[in-house]
Design a protein around this ligand. Structure first.
Ligand SMILES: Cc1cc2nc3c(=O)[nH]c(=O)nc-3n(C[C@H](O)[C@H](O)[C@H](O)COP(=O)(O)OP(=O)(O)OC[C@H]3O[C@@H](n4cnc5c(N)ncnc54)[C@H](O)[C@@H]3O)c2cc1C
Length: 409
């Protein structure tokens, strides 16, 4: 049952919490040359920075959760408040006015793994993990992609073989964001290689600290190492940690993937490189009168505005209790295509400054965007795959031929 607290009373409660625990943001206008010259899309941190930021993020999330302000719509039995979407909107508006430690490390756990646990896990697993994931005590990662299975996720080779009340998992995953500090991972495995490939997979929740799990960092073009290869050698997982039925992993994966697109696309565009920064970059480089640059800036602003409005429409559907669907593929696609347009405008602006970091303020942030956007066009389903989904499920165009869909894996 939904909490009956009025939105006004809840706003007062949330505001009192932020007043007591966080600094107001105040008027944070962008000023050229002031503050960090950073606009990174992926984390580019040293291990020490990463651990310090993680500790601060956990402390903040713990406080928020204990005050009943972390999982507003969640079931009370797992620490949620069962409040309405109106309460969530009111909270988001209040939260945006305060400064507190970044929460990006929780994105996958909260946005993708927790909804999947809630929808598909056994009562034992829900009891054991949901509260911890929502409180920020347990970090989670998504073990889907493999060296030969990305867009074609159903081509995965990692095997799970039953052994009494346990399963034994062997294989390799890749591009696993945040695996280096995760406690659990949602892993898709092949359980029936003799069945058509979409019908022979099973999903589990694996303990990332279990014997046989080895995490190796992968260095990104932008400098950091926020994702990893994960090797699994004879890793034992209790059957109670299975998500959904045996051989029904594909439908569990769809729950996670839809939530992933909602999380990535729902941010509305603009990345951390706002209009003011873009205009000031052009002014600094004395290009504000250049008609091509002006047209590019206007295009970026208009595209972001349209994407934000489109997202509001998609979010309204989610907030009304419906599952995120192909709309989120549109949201994800516009986010990355608009990002690519921003990258192109910046490339035109900074020109040869792309080649080396001279220390000139503003150029590093522009470079981070130019180099970081291509990764976003791949993460969570590539632009081409999003176009296929939009073509088939939104526009009703004929399906792509899928020659191996009915073959055994
Ligand atoms: C920043 C980042 C974070 C990530 N984090 C995670 C994570 O936490 N967990 C995880 O499991 N994975 C993660 N991934 C992996 C991501 O999901 C895959 O990279 C993505 O699904 C694409 O798969 P692939 O790299 O194997 O490319 P491929 O599937 O091999 O694609 C190669 C090219 O072929 C195109 N292509 C493929 N199939 C088609 C088709 N049918 N029609 C048209 N074009 C096609 C693609 O668009 C692409 O341009 C991450 C990736 C990035 C970049």
């Amino acid at each position: 049952m939904t909490d009956t607290m009025s939105v006004e009373a809840f706003q007062a409660e949330a505001k009192a919490f932020f007043d007591a625990n966080a600094e107001p943001r105040g008027d944070e206008q962008f000023q050229w040359g002031v503050g960090p010259d950073r606009a990174g899309i992926l984390d580019e941190k040293t291990t020490e920075q990463e651990l310090a930021d993680l500790a601060a993020a956990k402390e903040w999330r713990g406080k928020l959760f204990d005050a009943g302000l972390a999982w507003l719509s969640g079931p009370k039995e797992f620490g949620g408040r069962e409040l309405s979407t109106e309460h969530e909107r009111a909270f988001a508006a209040i939260e945006a006015a305060y400064r507190f430690p970044a929460q990006s490390q929780f994105g996958i756990g909260l946005g993708m793994i927790a909804p999947t646990i809630l929808a598909h896990a056994t009562p034992e697993v829900r009891d054991r993990y949901l509260r911890g994931v929502e409180r920020g005590d347990i970090l989670a990662c998504q073990l889907f992609s493999e060296p030969i299975a990305g867009s074609d996720l159903a081509g995965i080779q990692t095997r799970a073989i039953r052994d009494g009340d346990e399963w034994i998992i062997n294989g390799q995953k890749v591009w696993t964001s945040g695996a280096q500090y995760s406690d659990i991972g949602e892993i898709i495995t092949r359980t029936s290689p003799d069945k058509p490939k979409h019908r022979g997979m099973t999903m589990f929740l694996v303990d990332m600290h279990a014997p046989g799990v080895e995490v190796r960092p992968l260095r990104q073009i932008t400098g950091g190492a926020s994702f990893n290869e994960v090797f699994l050698t004879n890793v034992r997982v209790p059957d109670s940690h299975r998500l959904g039925d045996v051989d029904n992993g594909w439908s569990v994966a769809l729950t996670t993937l839809m939530n992933e697109r909602a999380s990535i696309g729902g941010s509305g565009g603009g990345f951390s490189f706002g209009t003011a920064r873009l205009v000031e970059t052009a002014r600094h480089l004395d290009r504000l009168d250049d008609p091509i640059v002006r047209q590019g800036i206007a295009d970026v602003v208009i595209r972001n505005r349209v994407a934000a409005l489109n997202n509001q429409r998609a979010m309204a559907k989610i907030l009304a209790g419906q599952l995120p669907g192909p709309e989120m593929s549109i949201a994800k696609l516009s986010l990355t295509q608009n990002g690519q347009r921003l990258g192109d405008v910046l490339t035109n602006l900074i020109g040869s400054r792309i080649v080396a970091d001279t220390g000139e303020w503003g150029m590093y942030a522009a470079n981070e965007i130019i180099l970081g956007i291509p990764g976003m066009r791949v993460a969570g389903g590539t632009d081409e795959i999003m176009k296929n989904i939009v073509a088939e499920r939104v526009l009703g165009l004929p399906k792509e031929p899928r020659i191996d869909a009915h073959a055994a894996s």
